[in-house]
Design a protein around this ligand. Structure first.
Ligand SMILES: NC(=O)c1ccc[n+]([C@@H]2O[C@H](COP(=O)([O-])OP(=O)(O)OC[C@H]3O[C@@H](n4cnc5c(N)ncnc54)[C@H](O)[C@@H]3O)[C@@H](O)[C@H]2O)c1
Length: 245
């Protein structure tokens, strides 16, 4: 018996990194997974896993979200993963960078929750998980100004939804990873003027001496998606190998 038998789980950013690892872990535990992303080619790689269906979805597009919400009448778990990391201080962050990040990281979650919460309320049962970060209200991190601002907003959104709908059978939590070894992290390292030094710097700030793996975050995702966490709501789940200690 799987820990997620009978559950329908919809997630964004499923094509790579944490979203992909979570989609695979959810399916292994018996869930029916709908993995969405803007990257159609990479999404197709998920077809090898029984239990995973894929769908192209740009989470910044309200019309696309609403079409999907009309098609899916039972989503037990909504996992909002999509997010973008802008590098820089407040002075490096142009208005366009600010708007792009807040739109993709925060407004997308607002749109997704507004689209899928009503059907959860109608069933008096629903579980929303949002991807935040320890780079947020938890920890000040250099060169992560708008990113941290957006991730702090996600903690606020999470607690607000949890508080507003707890009596209607809805729970809402967020996940706050430290540094996770994912394709986009590798790209960010490669984009630095000295990638070798950038990798060393990333590793130097890890108290465990290594980065977190996407699969380790996926274990936490399975717990939050399952009924094992039925009494957990409104929390920020830190998984950072002690970085924020
Ligand atoms: N990797 C880390 O160190 C780390 C740490 C803390 C939090 N996070 C958060 O975890 C989440 C996933 O990060 P990751 O590093 O695992 O993934 P990633 O950055 O490697 O992949 C992101 C995925 O999002 C998709 N995407 C981009 N724009 C989209 C859009 N408009 N609509 C739908 N999908 C879109 C991309 O195609 C890609 O598949 C993000 O919210 C990120 O901020 C990551």
């Amino acid at each position: 018996m799987g820990r997620l038998d009978g559950k329908v789980i919809l997630l964004s950013a499923g094509a790579q990194g944490i979203g992909r690892a979570a989609a695979v872990a959810f399916a292994k535990e018996g869930a029916e997974v709908i993995a969405t992303d803007v990257n159609e080619d990479k999404l197709k790689e998920l077809h090898q896993y029984p239990g995973i269906k894929t769908r192209v979805l740009d989470v910044t597009k309200k019309d696309q979200i609403e079409v999907l919400a009309k098609e899916l009448d039972k989503v037990d778990v909504l996992f909002n993963v999509a997010g973008f990391v802008h590098h820089g201080t407040v002075l490096d962050c142009e208005e366009g960078d600010w708007d792009f990040t807040m739109n993709l990281n925060v407004r997308s979650m607002y749109l997704m929750i507004r689209a899928f919460l009503p059907q959860m309320l109608a069933r008096k049962s629903g579980n929303i998980i949002n991807m935040s970060s320890v780079a947020s209200s938890i920890k000040g991190v250099v060169n992560r100004c708008v990113y941290s601002t957006s991730k702090a907003a996600i903690i606020g959104l999470t607690k607000s939804v949890a508080a507003d709908f707890i009596e209607q059978g809805i729970r809402c939590n967020c996940i706050c990873p430290g540094t996770v070894d994912t394709p986009s992290l590798r790209e960010r390292i490669q984009a630095r003027p000295n990638p070798e030094q950038a990798l060393k710097d990333f590793l130097a700030r890890q108290k465990t001496g290594r980065m977190c793996t996407a699969e380790e975050v996926a274990h936490l995702c399975v717990f939050l998606a399952s009924d094992e966490s039925a009494y957990v709501t409104g929390t920020e789940q830190i998984i950072d190998g002690g970085w924020s200690l």
